[in-house]
Write a protein that binds this ligand. Structure first.
Ligand code: ZN
Length: 115
């Protein structure tokens, strides 16, 4: 089960009438809400990257542009705190973002474009 799937199950059970009819325990409800929030990493609104597992901020590095056409062909995502990186990921920046977020347990709904 991925983190995304765990979150969906918790939210679904939490919102279901079955659970609500069984408890009026406000502390349990607060604990569930806190657990759901902790499972769901917040992606950076600018980069779309979730934080590293160490808690460090992730950053995107573009490859050197090609010599004649000046095209960036690869991107790498790495943590600014530890040595974790995706390695060079071919194609658009979004591909490297998806690789990083998937490795951190969260896809965030991005789709890889193989171009
Ligand atoms: Zn890190």
């Amino acid at each position: 089960m991925t983190l995304e799937q765990a979150i969906e199950v918790l939210i679904s059970r939490y919102n279901s009438g079955v659970i609500r009819s069984r408890t009026n325990d406000d502390e349990w409800r607060l604990a569930t809400e806190t657990a759901i929030a902790a499972l769901r990493p917040t992606s950076d609104p600018e980069t779309g990257l979730v934080p590293c597992g160490c808690g460090g901020k992730a950053k995107v590095w573009p490859s050197e542009p090609t010599q004649f056409t000046h095209v960036i062909t690869d991107y790498e995502v790495g943590c600014t705190e530890c040595a974790m990186t995706t390695g060079w990921v071919r194609g658009k920046q979004e591909n490297a973002v998806k690789v990083w977020n998937t490795a951190m347990g969260w896809k965030g709904g991005l789709e890889v474009d193989d171009d």
